[in-house]
Design a protein around this ligand. Structure first.
Ligand code: PLP
Length: 409
């Protein structure tokens, strides 16, 4: 008899996006003439930068000639891309990361989800609440948690992020082995200070823990003095793995290209206390289960680092950030408390009421879609996430409609 992996049965069905779609389609049916503006999406809306498109086309043409055709590439990614990443994203900022410590992949979702596979099941895990759900669910699938009680899995240490701690996860009182951090954060848009990150790295070194640092939204940090990579923190190479993605940086959500940095000093320990290189283990796992990102996509990603590519991606990001500024201005005027939006496409707003009720109210009165915070964890129960991934004109209209709707709310 074939048996199921029973850990999958512990997973909570995610009603978030299906409930949102259902509510939107009901609303559209009842209000066929009302235009709906979606500020709930976490997906890029602007076209790929022209420099990426040109490189993409050129690489596709190369694939059409026997002389320049490429078959399987290196599982870890082509050196032309890994070298550009190492130089531009890390070495240029004084962070020591070498090309052979970079693993190119088809997404930070897969990488943040898969990395736990090379770690023991017998570890304690600290995860923020609210959270990008992939971190929780992949640990549940692996059998590292108990069952769910009141919306929370046994054996996970939840780091509550609320207004009282400026939505920043605090170091747990008990020692934990694996820590998930995400800055700028999804869903809150909060950013971390260098000082706080120093404390996390010190904690991890003291406890021989590992930090999985998700920097998928790093490109939205507009203050160059702020920390963009955890490897800007001394000692982080021993205790941190960093995830990055071209998805939000350059609109690659549908094109698919990302990367994970695993420094050679980074270790995990066996039950006898022996140290093992995570770089070696991840290389083994990656090359066993993954066959590389396509050549044209890696060429398109490489173009992000060209002079034109840098200018064009900066312009796209700055467009989204102008949208975020517009949302923040409106929330200031409406006297709603919020975090994020300054170095992030997300604004996390204290709705002062149940997040689904607020969602319904915004949809019905303003025709605007937000994301109810409850979908990201218990701490999101009275918050909503607004996203800046849209056109400025739509954001402007949405803000005007929200102002009207909240006037008589
Ligand atoms: N990490 C975070 C925090 C995200 O919000 C997302 C996507 O929304 C991802 C990773 C996924 O990135 P990718 O498109 O590279 O899979």
């Amino acid at each position: 008899m074939i048996k199921v992996n029973e850990h999958f049965l512990k997973l909570q069905t995610s009603y978030l996006f299906s409930s949102i779609s259902q509510k939107i389609s009901d609303f559209a049916k009842d209000n066929p003439h009302r235009e709906i503006i979606r500020l709930g999406i976490g997906d890029a809306t602007r076209a790929l930068p022209p420099a990426c498109i040109a490189a993409f086309h050129k690489a596709v043409d190369e694939m059409g000639q026997d002389a320049s055709f490429r078959g399987y590439g290196p599982e870890q990614g082509y050196l032309f891309l890994r070298e550009k990443i190492a130089e531009n994203d890390f070495q240029a900022r004084g962070a020591e990361v070498n090309a052979d410590e970079i693993f190119v992949s088809d997404g930070a979702k897969c990488d943040t989800g898969n990395f736990q596979e090379i770690l023991s099941n017998d570890i304690t895990i600290a995860i923020p609440d609210p959270v990008y759900p992939v971190y929780v669910d992949t640990n549940v699938m692996a059998g590292r948690t108990g069952t769910v009680k009141d919306g929370r899995f046994e054996k996970i240490v939840y780091m509550e992020c609320t207004a009282t701690n400026d939505y920043i996860p605090q170091i747990p009182e008990e020692p934990v082995d694996l820590i998930y951090l995400c800055f700028p954060n999804n869903p809150t848009g909060a950013t971390v200070t260098r000082e706080a990150l120093i404390q996390w790295v010190d904690y991890a070194r003291k406890n021989k823990s590992l930090i999985l640092y998700d920097a998928a939204y790093e490109a939205f940090i507009r203050d160059d003095a702020m920390v963009k990579s955890i490897y800007e923190i001394p000692g982080a190479r021993e205790v941190a793995v960093e995830f990055r993605s071209f998805s939000k940086t350059a609109g690659f959500t549908g094109t698919r290209c990302a990367f994970t940095v695993v420094p050679k000093e980074c270790m995990a320990y066996d039950s006898a206390g022996g140290a093992h290189s995570l770089h070696t283990l991840w290389n083994r796992r990656h090359s066993t289960k993954f066959n590389g990102v396509s050549y044209p996509v890696q060429k398109a990603a490489e173009a992000v680092y060209s002079i034109e590519g840098k200018k064009e991606t900066a312009a796209i990001i700055s467009g989204y950030l102008s949208n975020a500024d517009r949302i923040r201005r409106e929330m200031d005027e409406l006297a709603y408390d919020y975090v994020g939006g300054q170095h992030s496409p997300y604004i996390w707003i204290d709705a002062k009421t149940d997040s689904w009720e607020f969602f319904d109210m915004l949809l019905n009165k303003a025709g605007v879609v937000c994301t109810p915070g409850a979908g990201f964890g218990r701490c999101g129960g009275q918050h909503i996430r607004l996203s800046a991934f849209n056109s400025y004109a739509n954001v402007e209209t949405a803000m005007n409609r929200i102002r009207e709707a909240l006037k008589d709310a």
